[in-house]
Design a protein around this ligand. Structure first.
Ligand code: COA
Length: 176
């Protein structure tokens, strides 16, 4: 039987597991303090953070911030033991649906130039490179700025549905 991914709103009780993932996947992990200050902005409707769990164990998490017209991906990460199983795809689907629901017309993000895994994931969702922030990471590595400009369009809803049709995991929770 395929594992069931349960998607829910990120809570403080998830932070211990989140930090253990954060610390293995990023050279410069967020601190607990960064997550808790993001929670304050969630309360003000300026952020949206979710976690994905399998059998009650957090295996991935992701979030966006809202600007008046658009959304920006602030973080998305998956436990290395669970990578390449479709978890980030499910989390990003949920973020895209949520951003559409909030009236966002586009979505942007920054990604390390060398991060081919994340860049491939984002391309599938219609993100295209839109610029470079030179030496953005550790004053060494460039960030590629990617944009999905048509997030609010019917064509993009179609794209999201097509990605859902190919899903590899059983999903419960918020995903439509
Ligand atoms: C990037 C990341 C979130 C992807 O998570 P994931 O759950 O493994 O992604 P998915 O299984 O949903 O993969 C979706 C698609 O992304 C691409 N992809 C994911 N991992 C890949 C890899 N290691 N190499 C190449 N492409 C990859 C593929 O196109 C994949 O589709 P496919 O498996 O059908 O070929 C994960 O690798 C991660 O946590 N990395 C460390 C943190 C990070 O870099 N976050 C992004 C910051 S911008």
């Amino acid at each position: 039987m395929s594992p069931v991914l349960d998607i829910e709103i990120m809570r403080r009780r998830h932070l211990r597991r989140i930090m253990s993932i954060e610390e293995v996947v990023y050279p410069r992990p967020w601190t607990i303090g960064v997550f808790t200050s993001e929670f304050d902005l969630v309360k003000r409707g300026e952020r949206y953070y979710i976690v994905g769990s399998i059998e009650d164990r957090v295996v991935g998490y992701a979030g966006i911030l809202f600007t008046p017209d658009d959304a920006h991906v602030t973080n998305i990460a998956v436990d290395p033991e669970w990578q390449r199983c479709g978890i980030a795809t499910e989390l990003l689907l949920e973020l895209c649906w949520k951003a559409r629901e909030n009236g966002c017309q586009g979505m942007s993000l920054e990604v390390r130039a060398s991060n081919t895994a994340a860049r491939a994931l984002y391309s599938r969702f219609g993100f295209v490179p839109a610029g470079v922030r030179r030496k953005y990471y550790e004053n060494v590595e460039d960030a590629i700025v990617m944009w999905c400009h048509e997030l609010g369009s019917p064509d993009h809803a179609h794209r999201l549905r097509a990605i859902e049709d190919e899903r590899r995991l059983a999903v419960k929770g918020m995903v439509q």
